[in-house]
Design a protein around this ligand. Sequence first.
Ligand code: MF3
Ligand code: CO
Ligand code: CO
Length: 258
Amino acid sequence: MKEKILEAFEGTRKAGSIASAALDEVAKIVKPGIKTEEIDKLCFEFINDNGAYSAPLYYRGFPKSCCTSTNHIVCHGIPKYKVLKEGDIVNVDVTALKNGWHGDTSRMYYVGDVSTKAKKLVEVTYEAMSKSIKILKNGIKVGDIGYVIETYVKSNGFSVVRDFCGHGTGKNFHEPPNILHFGERNTGEELKTGMIFTIEPMINEGEYQTKLLQDGWTAVTKDKKLSAQFEHTVGITDKGYEIFTASKKGYDFPPYIK
Ligand code: MF3
Ligand code: CO
Ligand code: CO
């Protein structure tokens, strides 16, 4: 690969590994009784201690260092005094900015014991993301990613959120192209070696529609049913793909600490 691409890959690899390690740390503290603010504090400090900046903080006025999206929150939940309770599911989304490069990733966490139905949603969401990553190679199209995700999700009786998408990432937090999590095969922009972007499907237990709360950030399911999300930052290589935000501890899928 060309030198410019290698530089972007190396930068994103470093940022991605800090973001991913932050989520490994989160796994140690998520339990009934903690406040989502405590997750934010841990992410802020861990990312700082690793010589990076939390890209969400003050991004377009976002007030915190990470997003914490519980239960029916689809994405962009704001960490607060809210206490997590047994049975909740929560997505934590972090982005580290290191030496000018971004690494953006999120995982679901189980708070104590969770219902079989919640686990199924989380499993299908993770599988949908994983299956779409496995097809990545030079020359595929954005629609191919969406097709894999949508087909798998629908076959499991869940729905794909349409109001938010994955995105290119690099020196900017969010760049073109938009990566839609639904679509038709062989449609949309062609993905080329060297491109770096996120895949971050939000999957709903019920209908796909979302609603934005008064705070201007928190997106929730319209029918108040559960929503789940996982996110990796990935790059297209000569050989296929690289995942920049995989857990070095094997904490990619819950329960992380048994
Ligand atoms: N990390 C989110 C994403 O996956 C974006 C969060 S923007 C924020 O793209 F401002 F809400 F933090
Ligand atoms: Co993202
Ligand atoms: Co993110």
